[in-house]
Design a protein around this ligand. Structure first.
Ligand SMILES: *Cc1c(COP(=O)(O)O)cnc(C)c1O
Length: 354
């Protein structure tokens, strides 16, 4: 008997998340994972590695609460936003009975986490403008306990209309949790829904240090919600989710100077995004550049261009979105340094004019 047959059915059938790292590639321009292009410097100050860390390091919680404008009781810190996606499923969904709902094209981990736990994925395609199809969502709510909405949406870059989110929150109140994934909210901070926590007990907001805070390698994310929700998540989280050095560096990143540095990075990335958007619009191989509120651009290429493979061979690694519904011939390009953006444009301009 093979070991494979010992595994749970859900795991045997699982396609793991195709992270940028897993997909590989051999490049010197990495624009496929929405990371910040250069590394901020930190020094470890915590030396007590003989001791277990705090489950919820108080200084990190206090600083994130102040930064986000909520109370510390409304904050949970975890191993990246990816862990909080999973904690929500573990706390709110009964395997084989309940369902999670999300609206492709969107972030891939909602599906992977649900499938790992044997929880049904109910998908309702976004409309052609990538807004929520509220009528279709409302018609598909049976057994749905958890709804993920990514805003700004990865990979399309658009914000979800706040009026639609209000009506979604109101229509499922008492029946399902609505988790708004704000992984990219620092690039459009005015659009955050944190101020709605007072109005909606079923609202959850997901955040991360991986994008604008330039700390994808740290693995640190946050869940903002009302205390009742946070207390449930605390029941299912690991006893020591954050290593001592992680909490140490997260606290530094959330100091006043750390937050200033983040805001400077955001404005530099937005400047580069505007530049790249204008340049892409003039490339003969580009069909459409979509508006973006984030640190990446979604671009539709002419079908003949083979831009992904051509740039890959030159060491410029982008993210192919061709297989997502509605995103035929689309690539997602992370905004890098100006020099990296220039490399993309130079390479595209050299593609044969088909
Ligand atoms: C990057 C990303 C995450 C994961 O963030 P981590 O904190 O690195 O786990 C979650 N949601 C979306 C939409 C993302 O793009």
């Amino acid at each position: 008997m093979s070991i494979e047959t010992l595994a749970r059915k859900a795991v045997r059938e699982l396609t793991p998340y195709q992270s940028a790292r897993r997909l590989g590639g051999n490049g010197d321009v990495w624009l496929n994972a929405n990371e910040y292009p250069t590394a901020p410097q930190f020094e470890l100050t915590a030396q007590t590695l003989n001791r277990y860390p705090e489950c919820q390091p108080a200084q990190v919680i206090a600083r994130y609460a102040a930064y986000a404008g909520v109370s510390p009781q409304q904050v949970l810190v975890s191993r990246g936003a990816d862990e909080s996606i999973e904690l929500l499923i573990r706390a709110f969904c009964e395997p084989g009975k309940d369902a999670v709902l999300f609206c492709p094209p969107t972030y891939g981990m909602y599906q992977v986490s649900a499938e790992t736990f044997g929880v049904e994925c109910r998908t309702v395609l976004a409309k052609t403008d990538w807004q929520l199809d509220l009528a279709a969502i409302n018609a598909n709510l049976t057994n749905v306990r958890l709804i993920y909405v990514c805003s700004p949406n990865n990979p399309t870059g658009n914000l979800i209309h706040p009026d639609d989110l209000r009506s979604l929150l109101a229509s499922v109140n008492g029946q399902a949790i609505v988790a708004i994934d704000e992984a990219y909210i620092e690039f459009c901070p005015q659009a955050s829904l944190v101020n709605w926590l007072a109005d909606y007990p079923n609202l959850v907001v997901l955040r991360t240090l991986s994008k604008a805070f330039a700390l994808a390698g740290l693995r640190c994310g946050f869940t903002l919600a009302n205390q009742e929700v946070i207390n449930l998540l605390l029941k299912v989280i690991a006893p020591y989710p954050l290593a001592t050095p992680v909490a140490d560096i997260a606290a530094q990143a959330l100091s006043p100077s750390g937050i200033d540095a983040m805001r400077q990075r955001v404005s530099e990335i937005i400047t580069n995004r505007t530049w790249l958007q204008q340049q892409l619009a003039q490339c003969h191989c580009v069909e459409q550049v979509f508006a973006s509120e984030s640190n990446y651009l979604l671009v539709r290429f002419k079908p003949s261009s083979q831009a992904f493979a051509q740039l890959w061979q030159q060491g410029i690694i982008l993210r192919d979105q061709h297989k997502q519904p509605g995103l035929q011939h689309c690539l997602r390009i992370t905004i890098g340094t100006r020099a990296e953006c220039q490399r993309v444009i130079d390479a595209l301009n050299l593609l044969p004019n088909a």
